[in-house]
Design a protein around this ligand. Structure first.
Ligand SMILES: Nc1ncnc2c1ncn2[C@@H]1O[C@H](COP(=O)(O)OP(=O)(O)OP(=O)(O)O)[C@@H](O)[C@H]1O
Length: 228
């Protein structure tokens, strides 16, 4: 079986001596294409650290991350940033949209970097805006959208270049529980339709229930990993 994400003895320590923090310790996970996975665990258990390492936004102290059969720790900085752009979509807790750009421009941005022409960009943005239920809001700036709508734009932005993996760090943390649930249901529908792999972290038991597989971290170690 080819894995879209594989971590091998992934370890991340911060600090040293008396201030050493073992944020992740020997984490081994295998993720297949099309999975929909929640990373759960108490505050400080290593969820963000794991997502950052898997996404190539942080470097491991030891161990490896293999994405789409490629070892990202062996890549040069430039290779890694190109690889990240083409294979991974990120969704953050605080949306991270560019405030001066409209929803359309935020979503288009990565396609501009990829050199995709204007007509194709428009087609893809229109398509993804309708998939996330935001047709008609293309011209609005983030401040003119609700939190849930901004997070939908962020998900559209993460998905528009068709990455194989979407990583979402507590995507519903700033949303009320109803909006959070509908966002997760939308992610699940997109996961089913597009067979994109979703890995997201959450504290919310209701959101966990929507996942098909749960990975629980405690003190930087995987203490549970099961398919429901
Ligand atoms: N840059 C850093 N420097 C030092 N320690 C760090 C750093 N980043 C994270 N840590 C520590 O690593 C551990 C894991 O942090 P991490 O943010 O991954 O946990 P988390 O499970 O995402 O927590 P939360 O649910 O509160 O977001 C914590 O003890 C944290 O304090």
């Amino acid at each position: 079986m080819k894995h879209v994400i594989k971590t091998i003895n992934l370890t991340r320590h911060f600090g040293e001596g008396a201030t050493l923090v073992r944020a992740l310790e020997d984490v081994n996970i295998n993720v297949e294409r099309g999975e929909f996975i929640a990373i759960i665990g108490p505050s400080g258990s290593g969820k963000t650290t794991l997502l950052q390492l898997v996404g190539g936004l942080d470097n491991a102290s030891s161990g490896n991350v293999i994405l789409d059969q490629k070892n990202i720790s062996e890549m040069s900085g430039r290779e890694l940033s190109d690889f990240r752009r083409d294979h991974i979509g990120f969704v953050f807790q605080s949306y991270n949209l560019i405030p001066v750009l409209s929803a359309r421009e935020n979503i288009e941005y990565i396609m501009l970097l990829q050199g995709i022409g204007a007509k194709e960009r428009r087609r893809r943005v229109d398509n993804i805006l309708s998939q996330v239920g935001l047709s008609g809001m293309a011209q609005r700036r983030p401040a003119q959208l609700s939190g849930g709508q901004q997070q939908r734009v962020a998900i559209a932005r993460a998905m528009v270049s068709n990455p194989s993996i979407i990583l979402a760090d507590e995507p519903t943390a700033n949303l009320d529980s109803h909006t959070g649930m509908s966002l997760i249901e939308m992610m699940k529908r997109l996961n089913e339709q597009e067979n994109m792999t979703f890995v997201f972290s959450t504290h919310d038991p209701k959101i966990m229930d929507s996942a098909r597989r749960i990975i629980r971290l405690e003190d930087g170690r995987v203490v549970e990993d099961f398919v429901k």
